[in-house]
Ligand binder design. Sequence first.
Ligand code: PMP
Ligand code: GLN
Length: 370
Amino acid sequence: MAQQCQSINLGQGFPDYPPPDALIQAVSDAMRQGHNQYAPMAGMPVLREAIASKVQTQHGQVYESRSEITVTAGATEALMSSFLALAHPGDEILLIDPAYDLYAPSIRLAGASAVRIPMQAPETNRPLFRLDWNRVENAITSKTRMLVLNFPHNPTGLTLKSEDLDALETILSKHPILLLSDEAYEHIVFDGQSHLSPVTRPSLADRTILISSFGKTFHATGWKVGYCCAPADITAEIRKVHQFTVFSVSTPMQAGIARHLRESDTLSELSGFYQKKRDRLVSGLQETVLRPLHSEGTFFLLVDTRALGPGLEKELAVRLTRDVGVASIPVSAFYAEPGNPKSNHGLLRLCFAKLDATLDQALERLHSIR
Ligand code: PMP
Ligand code: GLN
């Protein structure tokens, strides 16, 4: 719709600027140096070693690169392979709503069922969603196989705090379920905070499948290179699915990313880079009838559209795309029943992974709404 209406696309999450030059050079060099045939099934050793080293620096958790790290076709494949390998008919998998759209269908494809736990929606004096850990614990039954977490959270921008990890440790000490932690936005956390992964706690790391992607980190969502770190016995199962669905991931991309991880130090700059964009969008929105909520991480910001009157978020998003020329994503799309009033809080997701000029142009159009 964004294309049809020639609107500014703040909907789907992707940058409108390129990956770093040095990374493009590294991939191109890798092709010229002959890295053009199948990579090893689990990923090129140099990349798995670079991932092991990155994860250890970040979280203090040591993963054995031969048996505990797998390079996947984006986080998407890591997620699908994990669900297909670990979820079985009769199993229940807990999702936190709003939830990234691929979890529930892939869980269903594995024959398991998704049990959805809603977060508390934002309120006037609390401009963020809130996760109630009691609700998570109460949802656990004898059929529960796994809890899926995704922090920094798409679409709400919420991050995990150490109290959350305390609560999680307490719950999982009573209930031996698996934890899948989708950390695609791990390097985008604002206001001096840093990303807290469940794997920073050894008791959680023992049962966690840690998934991430280089798509957001290197402004390269179209490259589709991600990874999955998990204890060896779990990794062995995930690799059985990976072997016969994807087999191996693009070799020159892997070689180039490995070199870039070794030679550059841009990861620590990403949060500052995105914080400026978040702040630009937030301050521009103050001049409009849309109320920005707070984003602690990711490159998404939610806006409260209730000043525009009642209606399903999808209808508002369609109107905004068609009549104002700015595309967004309704938050209700991240719930099991997007058309249910309970899934609609008058919120739209805007992606600020855009050039300042693109953000300014979108803001100019949003100023015109009365
Ligand atoms: N998880 C989340 C929360 C995402 O937002 C995305 C997409 N951006 C993915 C997984 C998929 O990542 P990839 O593009 O690496 O497959
Ligand atoms: N993860 C991106 C988003 O949430 C988009 C990926 C996709 O379109 N499947 O916008």
